[in-house]
Structure formats: C-alpha cells, structure tokens
Ligand binder design. Structure first.
Ligand SMILES: O=c1ccn([C@@H]2O[C@H](COP(=O)(O)OP(=O)(O)O[C@H]3O[C@H](CO)[C@@H](O)[C@H](O)[C@H]3O)[C@@H](O)[C@H]2O)c(=O)[nH]1
Ligand SMILES: [Mn+2]
Length: 741
C-alpha cells in the first residue's frame, strides 16, 4: 500500500494521496503475547489445581481460590480480546497537498454536517454556535457544505443563537479565509491569537462579543424578548413556540437560516446552508435519543441536499483544522478504498484538560491507541463525533442495498429544487415527524441503529458486520477538539451510561462474540468484544480491591510467598501488563503522570461506573429500572474549574457511586496499617508480602480520596454522608470477614 499514487483507479507515478504502514512494535507485541499467554495459562492452571484440592482444604480457601480464579479468568479474557489491537496496528498519513492535481474544486462531493444538541442549559447555545461556525468555515467550497443542527431541547433560545450566528458568519468566514486562520471556532481563535490584535481582528472580536452578549442575555432570561424580534421572518419563526410547546411534546420546527443559493457573506461569496431542525416529539412515541435525532437529520438532509458525505458532530466538538475535509478526500478519491468504505473516524481529542488529565478524560486508549489496532483489521469503531460517513452506508451493506420507504431518501436521489421550496419543506416536515418511522426499517436496517445507549459503537459495529470498512485518520494537529467533564461524578456518570449501552449490545442477538465472529472474522470480533465486555472489569477490580486486603487484615495469606517461583509469575503478569500499557501510552503522546492518572481511573471505574452500570443494566432487564441518555454537562462552574485546574479531585455531590470507592480506600488503609503493625511486631506471616504490596499500591492510588475525606474543607470534598455510610459499611464488611477467616 505504501507510496501508491492513485488516479482514476490506476496505479500511476502520481504523488500519493495516502499511505499506511504497520507500527514498528508489532513484532515485539506478538512475541510478547506468546510469552504472556504462557504465564496466563500457568496461573490459571495453578488456580484449577488448587480448586481440585478441595475438600482437603477448607471451604474458606476454596471460596478464595474460586474468586481469584474468576477474577483472573476475566482479566485473561480482557487481555485476550485486547490482543486484537496488537496483531496488526497501522498508522496512516494523508497528503492533501497532492489533491489538487487529481480532483478539481467543482468535483468535490457535497458534505452534510450534522450537529446534535439537546439542552440549552447543559449545552450552552454559544458553544453549539461556535462549533457550527468552525465547521461552516471549512476550507471547502461553501456551496458544497450544509450544516444541519438537531435540537432535541426544542429550544427557541438555540434557534435564536443560530440566527445571530448567521449574521456573524457573514463576517467571520471571509475573515478566516483572508487571514488563513487555523482556529475557526471564534473563542479558540481569540484565545490563541490575542493580544497580537489588528484593527480588523478587534472589529471581529467586538462583533463576536456583541453576539455573545445577546445570546447569553436571552438564555439568562429564558425567553426571546420583543427587542430581539427585529423582523417578520423572526416573528414567524418564534411563533412556532406556541402555548403547550414543551421539549418532550411539540411539532417539528425546521428553519432554513442560511440558504447557499442566495445568502452571501460580506465579501460576496456564498455562505453554506444552515438549517435548524427540532424534530417532532410526543410523549407517546419513543425518540431513541441521539440515534433518533441523527436519523431525522439523515432524512431531512436527504430531502434538502442529499450530499454523499456526512459529518456527525457533537455540539461541543469544534473544528481545530479547516483542512480536515481535504484529508477525507484523500481517501474518498481512491476508488479502491471508497467502494466498501462506510466511514472515516478522527479521534476524539479535547481542549481544557488539566495538566495531568486528572480523570483520564482523554481516554487515550479508547480514542487514540486502540483505533490504530482496529484500523489494521476492519477499521476503527465509530465514536459518535468527528466521523465522515458515506451516506450510502446507512442503506444496507456494500452489495446488499436496502431501499428506504420513499424514493426521495435514496442515497443517490438528486435534489433539484431549492431548499426553501414548498415541496421540499413539506417533505422535510413529513420525515421529521415522530410517527414517521413506524413500520419502517429505520433504526434496525437503515440509518443509525437503536436499542443501545452507545448508538455510535453499535451503529459502527453493525455496519462492519454488513461488510463495510472504516478508516482511522489521526493527523498530528487535532482535527476536532471537545469539552471534557470536570467533575468526578460527571466523568463516572458518562462512563456508566456507556456501560449500560455496551451491555445492551452484548446481551442482544448481535453479541459481538457470536454474531460478530460469524460476520467479520475472529480478530475484529475480539476487538469489538473488548468493549462489549468492558463493564465486567468491575469483577476483578472489586475482588482485588477487597479480598486480599480483608485476608491481610485477618493475617491470612492468599498469594504465593515472596521469592517462591509462583511469586515471579505474578510479578511478570502485573509488571508485563502495566509496562506494556505504559509504553503504548507514552508512545501515543502521553506523559508518565497522565498514565498514572489513567491507571488510577481504571481502578476507580472498576469500583464505580463499571459496577453500577452492570447492576443498572441487570435491574433494567428484569424490569425494575429504566434509563435514558443523561447528558454530560458542558457548563463550567468557576470554583470547580479552579479546582480542576489545580488537579484536585471533585467529589462534592453525595452520589452512591462514591461509596464502594471510599470503602476500598478505607479498607486498604486499615489493612495496610494492620499488616505493617504485624510486620513490626514480627508476627506477620511471610506469605503476606504480595498482599502488602498490592494494598500499598491501592493506598497510593487512593491518596486523593483520603485528602477529600479528611483534609479538605472546600465544596468539592467528600460529602460527610458518604464518609459515614462507607465507614459503617467497611466496618461491617471487616466484621463479616473476620467471622469467616
Ligand atoms: O437525546 C439526546 C441525547 C444526546 N444528544 C446529543 O448527543 C451528543 C453526545 O452527548 P454527551 O452528553 O456529550 O455524551 P458523551 O458521553 O460525552 O458522548 C459520547 O458518547 C455518546 C454515546 O453515549 C456518543 O453519542 C457521543 O458522540 C460521544 O462523544 C451531544 O451532542 C448531545 O446533544 C442528542 O442529540 N439527543
Ligand atoms: Mn460529550
């Protein structure tokens, strides 16, 4: 594949548009996997042997060995699935500078950009607007871009913000072009380029500030006051928010804010289409959260522009590089790649992370490392944002197309009427209706797939099962930058939602191991299974955080003695796994301190969201609970931001998620102290060495929790009620354990 040039399907001497090459560490990884696997087998053999010794040993030691066996079996399973990312990882490069020789501007495909937002108070309209502006300002012919905004919040405030943004866009877009600006989200530009201001940029800045003031004013008031309703068009638009209009129950609102066939910027160039869509909602029809919103956009955009390329974007992920669509074209101009390509995924990267990424919100493994491994198989999974799709992929497999119910939605249907024509608007309203999907294949065989809270993972997976491929595009300069949650409860809440969504896939007929391996081969199925089974990490993590410690506190040895042969198997397995993880992390632009935080968060997730997500999923399957898509908040609180900036853990709210975590902190500290005391007095068994090391390691990981319990006075400290409940439960747990040991 390397160095191949592409022109009209023939391999020529033309300069390449893209290359790919295997990662250098692949050979090492494969060898290491063989050695590591032998050690895993040895350990499992040891457990099985010990289990068979029962009933010569006690019931207690049988239960302990069984728990360790189950934990290690799960760890071994997760390790095995993760090897899928290590068999053939590749890294790609694109050469957009060679594009002009192969394709002319007028032959560029149209792009429909989808931006989803769902709540003006959790997702401030100004941020949504900034995302939209950054995408409208792509270095791409404006008459080929249409931006569709889906507002599940059904908020006039968001529509108002976009009306203001459209005015500003007519100044902002030419300004960006003229000065060749990289940061096309206005606040990112002002932050990066001030104080080196010019009269022109000052003028733009003050226009931006004025828009921002108007929008925030309206959002604060919660309504559009008459002063802002400056013309009939606006009056008509806002009159749609009639009495009885609520976010969960309202008719469709579709507003063409900019029409590229007639709207021009101040330099006279056309502006991209900008269309606001708030689909019809009714309390009696399911809306399927983001997947439902995206399917409405798929249909509304089909009616209006039907561009062959679609970019899906979360409202908080702005473009950080105006050249991104050209990178995409490097692949789309290669007929060999394009024929079975469903999507090109860019990594989710973030701005506003604190120095050491306290909550590992970067998810480096998920978003940056593992996709390289996926890419050498069938391609990366879809992660919801920063992804360019070929529209055709939503309508059946590459060789098994599925026809939509009306021909206008066909991916190759050409739209030949203006978007504001009555015919088009009527059709668009029709396909945005909340009953439109009844008795259709939307959500099952067509479009984004329903029935999982991780619609992104599930949709990408199903597309690949249909035979589609995908590509991972990870340029040095981040293509998109998103917000991160800055409080622990938000971080864990988001992860808990993912866990529920993942289990919804695992325990369905599309199980990644069974259905997946039949549809896309063993390795890709393993790669998907790694995430499908993500939440089960809660089992080994919980066992390892409590069992050895309780045994230690009771002076019972459960691991091999220090320096005996099995001790070295344990040491190799642990150091091997952590060492390889560290290496991957640092080679992917990571630092040692960020890695430390990432491994800490893995432990924390095991005790919190993985655990609660699994339990919630089970409660739901037996009909006890229901769950929805709880939005991640993108609003910054000053005090919280300050603490986040200093790298201080933010607890603050009395969430049950914190209870097992605090219990682990307490029990580990308690056992460590007892263990040390035993050592000092000389009556600690020599078999307790590994337990002491493990407990010490967990205590080290829990340092911020002790601080939050005992030392801090700020609003982000551990709520007293959580400390009390956890202490009580820890004492209870210790008491129960002492009855058995
Ligand atoms: O009913 C809904 C719920 C959410 N959203 C939008 O979905 C996006 C993602 O929501 P967010 O709260 O930011 O969730 P995250 O967990 O941060 O998102 C990650 O995980 C989601 C799946 O759980 C994916 O959809 C996202 O793309 C991925 O970034 C946002 O733009 C929302 O406005 C809707 O449009 N309608
Ligand atoms: Mn998000």
């Amino acid at each position: 594949m390397e160095g191949r040039g592409v022109r009209g399907g023939f391999t020529t001497y033309a300069p390449p548009l893209h290359t790919s090459k295997p990662l250098r560490r692949t050979v090492f990884n494969r060898l290491f996997a063989v050695v590591y696997f032998s050690a895993v087998l040895a350990l499992l053999y040891r457990h099985v042997r010990n289990l068979f010794l029962y009933p010569t040993t006690s019931f207690l030691s049988f239960s302990i060995t069984l728990s360790l066996f189950i934990s290690d079996l799960i760890l071994a399973f997760m390790w095995a699935t993760a090897q899928a990312y290590r068999v053939s990882p590749i890294r790609r490069r694109e050469f957009p500078e060679n594009l002009k020789r192969i394709i002319k501007d007028e032959d560029f495909p149209g792009i429909d950009v989808f931006i989803c937002t769902a709540d003006p108070y959790k997702e401030p309209p100004m941020n949504v607007v900034n995302t939209a502006l950054s995408l409208m300002a792509y270095d791409y012919p404006a008459d080929k871009i249409s931006v569709y905004v889906s507002d599940d919040g059904g908020s006039a405030l968001t529509l108002f913000a976009f009306m203001e943004a459209a005015k500003f866009a007519s100044h902002w877009l030419p300004f960006c072009r003229e000065h060749n600006i990289m940061e096309r989200s206005p606040p990112a530009y002002f932050q990066a380029n001030y104080p080196s201001s010019t009269p022109h940029s000052d003028k733009i800045k003050s226009m931006y500030e004025e828009m921002k003031m108007n929008v925030e004013n309206v959002v604060d008031k919660g309504e559009i006051i008459d002063d802002y309703i400056t013309d009939d068009q606006r009056r008509q638009a806002f009159n749609q928010w009639s009495k009885g209009f609520t976010r969960m129950d309202h008719p469709t609102v579709i507003q063409v804010i900019l029409d590229r066939s007639k709207d021009r910027d101040i330099s006279g160039q056309s502006l991209p289409n900008l269309i606001y869509v708030s689909r019809q909602k009714s309390k009696t029809s399911p809306h399927h959260f983001k997947a439902g919103a995206l399917n409405v956009l798929l249909r509304v955009s089909a009616a209006m522009t039907n561009s062959p390329v679609i970019l899906t974007q979360d409202c908080d992920m702005y473009s950080n590089d105006p050249g991104t669509p050209l990178r995409v074209l490097c692949y789309l101009s290669d007929p060999e790649i394009k024929s079975n390509l469903a999507f090109i995924q860019f990594p989710q990267r973030f701005h506003g992370l604190n120095e050491d990424d306290t909550y590992a919100s970067e998810y480096k493994r998920l978003f940056q490392i593992n996709p390289l491994g996926f890419d050498g198989l069938k391609g990366p999974n879809y992660v919801g944002s920063g992804c360019f799709f070929l529209r055709r992929a939503f309508f059946g497999g590459p060789s098994t197309p599925v026809q939509p119910e009306i021909s206008e939605l066909n991916p190759d249907h050409a739209v030949n009427r203006p978007i504001e024509s009555q015919h088009i608007l009527t059709l668009a309203h029709h396909v945005a209706g909340c009953n439109y999907e009844n008795q259709t294949q939307w959500g099952s065989k067509i479009g984004f797939r329903y029935r999982s809270l991780v619609e992104d993972y599930y949709t990408g997976y199903r597309l690949q099962c249909e035979g589609w491929k995908s590509l991972f595009c990870d340029p040095e300069r981040a293509a998109f930058l998103g917000d991160v949650p800055i409080t622990l409860v938000d971080v864990l809440g988001q992860c808990k939602r993912w866990c529920i969504g993942l289990f919804e896939v695992t325990f369905s007929k599309y199980n990644t191991l069974i259905f997946g391996s039949q549809s896309m081969g063993v390795w890709a199925s393993l790669a998907y299974s790694h995430y499908a089974f993500w939440p089960i990490w809660c089992i080994p993590v919980s066992f390892y955080c409590f069992l050895p410690q309780l045994a230690l506190a009771n002076q019972v040895s459960i691991f091999p003695k220090v320096l005996e042969p099995w001790f070295f198997v344990y040491v190799f397995l642990v150091l091997g796994a952590y060492g390889q993880d560290f290496l991957d992390f640092v080679l992917a632009r990571g630092t040692a301190r960020k890695w430390w935080n990432a491994q800490r968060l893995w432990m924390i997730r095991g005790l919190t969201c993985f655990l609660f997500g699994s339990v919630d999923y089970m409660l739901k399957s037996v009909g006890i609970a229901t769950h929805g898509f709880s939005l991640t908040s993108k609003v910054l609180d000053d005090e919280q931001s300050k603490r986040y900036g200093q790298g201080i853990f933010e607890f603050g709210v009395p969430s049950p998620l914190f209870v097992p975590l605090t219990m682990a902190a307490i029990i580990n500290m308690f056992s460590l102290v007892l263990g040390m005391a035993g050592f000092v007095r000389g009556n600690t068994e020599e078999g307790l060495g590994l337990q002491m090391i493990l407990t010490g390691f967990i205590v080290l990981n829990c340092l911020p929790i002790y601080g939050a319990i005992a030392l801090r006075k700020d609003a982000g400290k551990m709520p007293t009620i959580i400390t009390i409940v956890s202490t009580f439960m820890s004492v209870l747990l210790y008491y129960i354990s002492s009855l058995f040991f």
